[in-house]
Design a protein around this ligand. Structure first.
Ligand SMILES: O=C(O)c1ccc(O)c(O)c1
Length: 365
């Protein structure tokens, strides 16, 4: 009666484990700072590891809803996991808070889905325009072969070619354990001005390692993309090969706001490493749940919570954000950033800002 249960389903093991760990850490940090009681209810987070396998996600969501009677389900490290839970959210009228996955269609799959992460379309249109306007003429693309990679590719390509750019090579790599080496050799031979890269969180370190091993860092081929490949939790271990990489994204650990400085310091103190963008999706996702419950005065049914979440606005470590009342998707600033060394550490330094970007990928406008 006076508990409010959050069923948190994230990958804590397997190739996407860094996503789950960042989200779990961020939620712990949020609750440490804000307490665990809202509108007279004690918030209980029940963590489940789906290893980013959608069949697991579906089974866990079902168990959490039916047995544990959770009030919301949250997390969802990859798009197929978020989609697998959508019919259950609809059927049970339980809000599904997407804290990580980034394919545009997700929020259209259930009226109970609200997203606090990002869409690939949001950042890919911006890097597409930027590339065309900044002397990049030929681009080879390398994208992870599943829904968010396809969104990143489609939205980048549309803007970059509209701006006069040419795509000279398109390579798709498998989501699980990709070996980039054979593709990187082809990239080197194709001699594009830049490589547009989308790999999900957790894979950027391996990508940059293989990039440097094949000497591409000295080939004059620039790396550009959405910011996933330069995730802050791995960036500092990539070495100088990452210097100069330009990406568009919603979060940098170097975002110069007072709130972010405090967030980064507290996260580092607690967990011994930098937060990445997945941590911020989790931090804002739990904030959304807390604030919605405050706004309903403790009414915990799905319809009241979703109504409270629509149009909500707040300041995040990433900057000002809101929930689009029409689409339930996140509206946020997208920053263009360049990897630079500051006090001996690598950071994505923001140098341009696009305010309040809505997801450009909705089929219903
Ligand atoms: O599956 C996804 O939607 C998705 C998108 C972007 C990421 O960086 C990621 O780790 C997962």
């Amino acid at each position: 009666e006076d508990t409010f249960k959050v069923g948190l389903i994230v990958p804590m093991t397997g190739g996407q484990a860094s996503t789950g760990k960042q989200i779990d850490n961020a939620i712990k940090l949020y609750i440490k700072k804000h307490g665990d009681t809202v509108a007279g209810k004690k918030i209980e987070v029940i963590l489940k590891d789906d290893a980013a396998i959608p069949d697991n996600t579906k089974r866990l969501a079902q168990e959490l809803i039916v047995n544990d009677k959770v009030n919301v389900i949250a997390g969802f490290g990859i798009t197929p996991a978020a989609l697998a839970a959508a019919p259950l959210a609809t059927q049970a009228k339980v809000p599904e808070i997407v804290m990580a996955a980034g394919t545009s269609i997700i929020t259209e799959r259930s009226p109970y889905i609200v997203r606090t992460s990002f869409t690939l379309a949001q950042s890919s249109i911006i890097i597409g325009d930027w590339a065309a306007k900044n002397g990049i003429k030929k681009v080879a693309t390398l994208t992870s072969d599943y829904a968010p990679g396809n969104d990143a590719l489609a939205f980048f390509k549309e803007r970059f070619t509209a701006g006069g750019g040419e795509i000279v090579e398109e390579i798709k790599v498998p989501l699980a354990n990709p070996d980039f080496a054979p593709f990187l050799q082809r990239m080197k031979d194709a001699k594009p001005d830049a490589m547009f890269v989308f790999v999900p969180a957790g894979q950027g370190g391996n990508f940059m390692k293989q990039f440097a091993e094949r000497g591409l860092d000295k080939s004059g081929i620039k790396v550009i993309g959405p910011g996933d490949v330069m995730d802050d939790d791995l960036l500092n271990s990539m070495g100088d090969a990452a210097l100069g990489v330009v990406t568009a994204h919603m979060y940098s650990a170097a975002h110069p706001s007072a709130m972010n400085k405090e967030f980064v310091a507290a996260y580092k103190k607690e967990f011994g490493q930098r937060p990445g963008f997945m941590a911020v999706g989790g931090y804002d996702g739990i904030h959304l749940v807390f604030e919605a419950l405050k706004k309903t005065g403790g009414k915990a049914d799905g319809d009241s919570l979703i109504a409270a979440m629509k149009g909500m606005k707040w300041e995040s470590p990433r900057g000002p954000i809101s929930i689009d009342p029409e689409t339930r998707d996140i509206v946020q600033n997208i920053y263009i950033r360049k990897v630079e060394k500051v006090d001996g550490e690598l950071y994505n330094i923001e140098f341009a800002k696009f305010d309040a970007v809505k997801d450009p990928g909705k089929t219903k406008k």
